[in-house]
Design a protein around this ligand. Structure first.
Ligand code: ASP
Length: 328
């Protein structure tokens, strides 16, 4: 039987609270991966050959570049092994969509031919700590193992609350409910049902990628990565925050615009000047649903990936990796 490698990083799925009734005041990233797997397997899912590793133990709101580098390397090492079918990552919900998208982009450039074999990385998480009376972590992890073992799972996917998402489409949209993630207009990839996967669409193959990106990601110390910030346009925006960032040496900016990625005129003016000074600035939308409809070319370009508008946090990752590659 092909193996699934489980990499644990912390999050609420590994969180502990003082009482079983508590689902808000708790400490994330406490339980080791063995305890998470034991709880998932107690749900009757003992059918997979597993290998587990506690990579880090953090609240994912504190995610760092050095951990992403470590995670990418651990995924690539596992996926390059002929006996491994997939990797499952337990993660916090807060930055799950960022890690998922980062890995989708970076692992596509990793060495080996496992991408053509359609191997998968599946992220999962929980909204309630492991100590909660009705914690969602065990079921989500059991679903992630089932999904990872499915031959149709390919690329980086996420599964939470029985819903399966593509890394490029998943966003956290709710701060509390178990069903906290949405695929936006793209729709779900699949549903988890009674220990099996009901596919609604085919998971996309790993994209083509520049292999230099992999070397840059692994060889550039975290302290030398480009500095890319996210700034929102809002009522009463001014140019000051953007100017302060420029003065502090920011390398790239993503502006989370209003509506169809529109910018307050003061911010737009400052962004245009920043671009003239050689600092790339991209536009995205702060709207929580739907996506930007591209219009005429503007002074501040829209953040796009394969022609599709990106959410602000994903645009930040694309710009970060673009600048990293350009530095090679
Ligand atoms: N703050 C937690 C984290 O992202 C939230 C969670 O996992 O639900 O690690």
């Amino acid at each position: 039987m092909e193996k699934i490698v489980v990499l644990a990083t912390g999050g609420t799925i590994a969180g502990e609270a003082a009482s079983a009734a508590e689902a808000v005041a708790y400490q994330a990233a406490q339980r080791p991966v063995a305890a998470l797997l034991e709880a998932a397997q107690a749900l009757g899912d003992g059918r997979h050959a597993l290998e587990a590793r506690q990579l880090v133990q953090i609240d994912s709101k504190d995610m760092e570049i050095a951990i992403w580098q470590q995670l990418a390397q651990a995924c690539a090492d596992a996926l390059a092994r002929p006996d491994v079918r997939a990797v499952v990552i337990t993660h916090g919900t807060d930055t799950l969509e960022e890690t998922a998208y980062f890995l989708q982009r970076v692992l596509a450039a990793a060495p080996g031919s496992w991408q053509q074999q359609g191997k998968a990385v599946v992220l999962t998480a929980a909204m309630r700590p492991a100590t909660a009376r009705l914690s969602d972590g065990p079921q989500n992890l059991a679903d992630a193992l089932t999904l990872a073992a499915d031959a149709r799972a390919c690329g980086v996917l996420a599964v939470v609350a029985g819903k399966v998402f593509a890394a490029s489409e998943v966003s956290k949209i709710h701060p509390y409910r178990l069903d906290a993630f949405s695929p936006g207009d793209a729709g779900l990839l699949a549903w988890m049902e009674e220990g099996s996967v009901r596919w609604l669409r085919t998971a996309a193959p790993w994209p083509q990628a520049d292999s230099r990106l992999w070397r840059q990601v692994q060889d550039t110390p975290a302290s030398d990565w480009p500095w890319v910030e996210l700034l929102a346009s809002h009522a009463c925006s001014s140019a000051r925050a953007l100017q302060a960032l420029l003065q502090a040496g920011v390398h790239g900016l993503v502006l989370s615009g209003t509506g169809n990625a529109t910018l307050h005129h003061s911010l737009e003016q400052a962004a245009t000047l920043a671009q003239q000074q050689g600092v790339p600035v991209w536009r995205s939308s702060r709207c929580l649903a739907g996506h930007v409809v591209p219009g005429a070319a503007a002074a501040v370009p829209l953040a796009l990936e394969d022609g599709l508008p990106l959410t602000p946090v994903k645009a930040r990752i694309v710009l970060l990796l673009d600048l990293l590659l350009k530095a090679s």
